[in-house]
Design a protein around this ligand. Structure first.
Ligand SMILES: [Zn+2]
Length: 219
């Protein structure tokens, strides 16, 4: 499979759009999952040994394999476009054309600078067009983009772009509030801070609509 950045460049997208993409190597998907797990397992074993851990210990023995499998199959599985959720739309029979908000979607991601967790909530909203989406699919889309090494700004943009593409509308909003373990447990050790990012597009750029959305997500 080809690098998505490359594909989109060829389609003539603007530089801002390209920056929304996760930086991937051109050969990102030449290896299959089994080969990736095998290589990561070997490297992770070296990391643990370098730290001085005794890998013959029963409790540690399987850790390199567990970590490698978790990286490829779970927490970084969203790097592979093959894992993008299949999202089917339904005809908007009820002709509901007002704001739809899906709030408090659980967010588990990982910071690409330290490879430690980002934990938070995502709230998304859109105005249905002629078609609507199954609600759980909104959660799945958030989780797909979360399962990558991320920075919160890019994650927010990627969710917004994904929603626009699937729902076939520009009228989407994404609000992310998250705690970064790299801020809380190391470095500055601020256990109270959280980070908020938001993207408002189409109708959500109007202040009234934005305020309505914010009122829905306020606790
Ligand atoms: Zn970090």
């Amino acid at each position: 499979m080809q690098n998505t950045v490359k594909i989109e460049e060829e389609n003539g997208l603007r530089v801002e759009d390209i920056l929304k993409n996760t930086p991937l190597r051109e050969n990102a998907f030449e290896l299959d999952d089994v080969e990736k797990i095998d290589i990561i397992e070997k490297h992770f074993r070296r990391i643990m040994e370098t730290l001085g851990l005794d890998l013959t210990d029963d409790s540690l023995k399987e850790t390199p394999h567990r970590v490698a499998k978790m990286y490829v199959k779970e927490i970084f599985s969203g790097l592979n476009p093959a894992n993008k959720p299949d999202i089917t739309l339904f005809e908007n029979k009820y002709a509901y054309n007002k704001m739809l908000v899906e709030k408090d979607i659980t967010l588990y991601s990982n910071c690409e600078h330290h490879f430690v967790p980002i934990i938070g909530k995502v709230h998304v909203a859109y105005f249905p067009n002629k078609q609507v989406v199954g609600l759980s699919k909104l959660n799945r889309l958030v989780q797909y983009y979360a399962k990558r090494p991320q920075v919160q700004e890019r994650l927010t943009e990627q969710i917004a772009e994904g929603l626009k593409e699937i729902l076939n509308t520009q009228d989407v909003a994404v609000y992310v509030e998250a705690e970064h373990m790299c801020v809380q447990s190391r470095g500055i050790k601020d256990t109270n801070s959280s980070t908020i990012t938001a993207v408002y597009s189409g109708k959500f750029e109007s202040n009234d609509i934005k305020q309505e959305f914010l009122a829905y997500i306020r606790k």
